[in-house]
Design a protein around this ligand. Structure first.
Ligand code: SAH
Ligand code: SF4
Length: 442
């Protein structure tokens, strides 16, 4: 009876792991208010759409999604719809969206999550509410509860960003960089471990500058060392490493860690020094190459992944070839590739020599083809070798099989019974394509 009457919340999230973590926070606030999670939007009493604005394509998808919910709201007038996160944080955005989406009940940006409970109560009383504070410094953190039985979790070690890469909107919608003290982080990890969590990803826009501005007296490598010893989490990952701050100390710490996964996600964004400078990335291709070599020299089994943008303003064919050249030189196991997208308010949005869409599309295609063949080369080398895999659940493509990830974060599909879900097993790789390894239990 109680079950039947309980209100339900359905959450849809766009964007990065940081955004996923925010969605988790907002969902947890709703569950504290009596909502039960549901996977089915049609049975929800509250739908949260947590947004992203890193690229225009994400925004267009989100606008489409908000529009789709109009029908559901019409057939279920008591349904509450909340639109939250990065996209909403942009100046003037709520006013713009409201015109098309009067069916939305709550609008709120990234600095006001601590007020979400209040906003929810107001909307339950029938009010339409919008709260987008301009100043991040008044925001208070709300840590999500450790959800029972969750195998993997994201944990922020810091918020915001001070790097102002010329193309990027993140510093404008997430405020200045601030780090969380190690005691708070370790406490959260221990609670997660107790609730059955096996793998945690420590999140920051640039984890390598952790604690620096806050004068903690310990840096990211020190934090990792301590987390490795005291958190009781089987596998610890971290993202993102800005190459400019990737130190030997960090590499050595990962090499000597027990639970620290040997995976570095460190985006190079562009291969040409001219473009790197225009992007305000503060390193050169030579420096980046040297960092990649240092990682592989210290940890030969390490996995490197990256983000790359094509078609930054002023990028010529020669500049782009330098990007291809880095992909040839460095054995990335995976690359996330994007076409430059103009973000209003960023420096790059107003630069001359914007690259035509057709050119960007063709460069992206060439880059993806090259990376796919490099990823395949890399994965084929893994055949006949054995790797530790955390079994995460049934395979998405074939539910009779299981899927999991190596320490290097490569996806593995394997045979085995569902009782293995949540366990670390040894798997021998028998086949591979560019994205997936296929293995059998050892
Ligand atoms: N803090 C992380 C990245 C956050 S955004 C870092 O510094 O690496 C994730 C990725 O989106 C970036 O690495 C970049 O490759 C891409 N990105 C950001 N802004 C973009 C834009 N305007 N157009 C295209 N890609 C963009
Ligand atoms: Fe954006 Fe650069 Fe900050 Fe990453 S480091 S979030 S790319 S400004």
């Amino acid at each position: 009876m109680f079950e039947k009457n309980q209100k339900k919340v359905h959450t849809i999230t766009f964007g990065c792991q940081m955004s996923e973590r925010d969605a988790e926070t907002l969902t947890t606030i709703s569950t504290k208010q009596g909502y039960q999670r549901t996977e089915h939007p049609e049975e929800a009493d509250l739908i949260i759409i947590n947004t992203c604005c890193v690229r225009e394509s994400a925004e267009n998808k989100i606008i489409g999604k908000i529009g789709q919910l109009k029908k559901l709201k019409q057939s279920k007038p008591d349904l509450k719809i909340a639109v939250t996160g990065c996209m909403i944080q942009q100046p003037g955005m709520v006013e713009k969206l409201k015109k098309k989406a009067s069916h939305v009940d709550i609008w709120t940006g990234t600095f006001d999550y601590h007020k979400f409970e209040e906003l929810l109560s107001l909307s339950e009383k029938g009010e339409k509410v919008a709260l987008v504070s301009e100043d991040f410094s008044n925001s208070k953190e709300v840590a999500p509860l450790a959800e029972k039985g969750k195998l993997k979790a994201n944990v922020n070690i810091m918020y915001g960003c001070d790097n102002y890469c010329a193309y990027c909107i993140v510093p404008y919608v997430r405020g200045r960089e601030r780090s969380r003290p190690k005691e708070v982080i370790i406490g959260e990890l221990q609670a997660l471990a107790q609730s059955g969590c096996k793998e945690v990803t420590l999140l920051g826009q640039n984890v390598n500058s952790y604690g620096r501005k806050d004068n903690f007296g310990y840096d990211f490598a020190d934090l990792l060392k301590e987390v490795d010893k005291t958190s009781n989490i089987e596998r610890i990952r971290f993202t993102t490493s800005h190459p400019k701050d990737l130190t030997d100390k960090l590499i050595d710490t990962v090499a000597n860690g027990k639970h620290l996964c040997e995976h570095f996600h460190f985006p190079f964004q562009a291969g040409s020094n001219k473009i790197l400078k225009a992007m305000n990335r503060k390193y050169t291709r030579e420096y980046y190459l040297e960092r990649a070599e240092q990682i592989l020299k210290t940890i030969p089994e390490a996995r490197l992944t990256t983000d790359i943008i094509v078609g930054f303003p002023g990028e010529t064919e020669e500049d782009f070839e330098q990007t291809l050249d880095l992909v040839q030189k460095i054995p990335f196991s995976q690359a996330f590739t994007f076409m430059f997208s103009k973000r209003s308010g960023t420096v790059a949005a107003n630069l001359p020599n914007q690259v035509p869409l057709e050119v960007k599309k063709s460069r992206l295609q060439r880059l993806m083809e090259l990376q796919n063949s490099r990823s395949l080369e890399w994965r084929l080398k893994m055949i006949d070798k054995e790797y530790e895999v955390l079994v995460e659940g049934p395979s998405k493509t074939n539910p009779d099989l299981l899927s999991g990830r190596t320490r290097g974060n490569e996806l593995v599909v394997l045979n085995g019974n569902p009782g293995l879900i949540g366990q670390l097993v040894m798997v021998k790789i028998v086949n591979a394509n560019s994205w997936t390894l296929f293995g059998s239990l050892v």
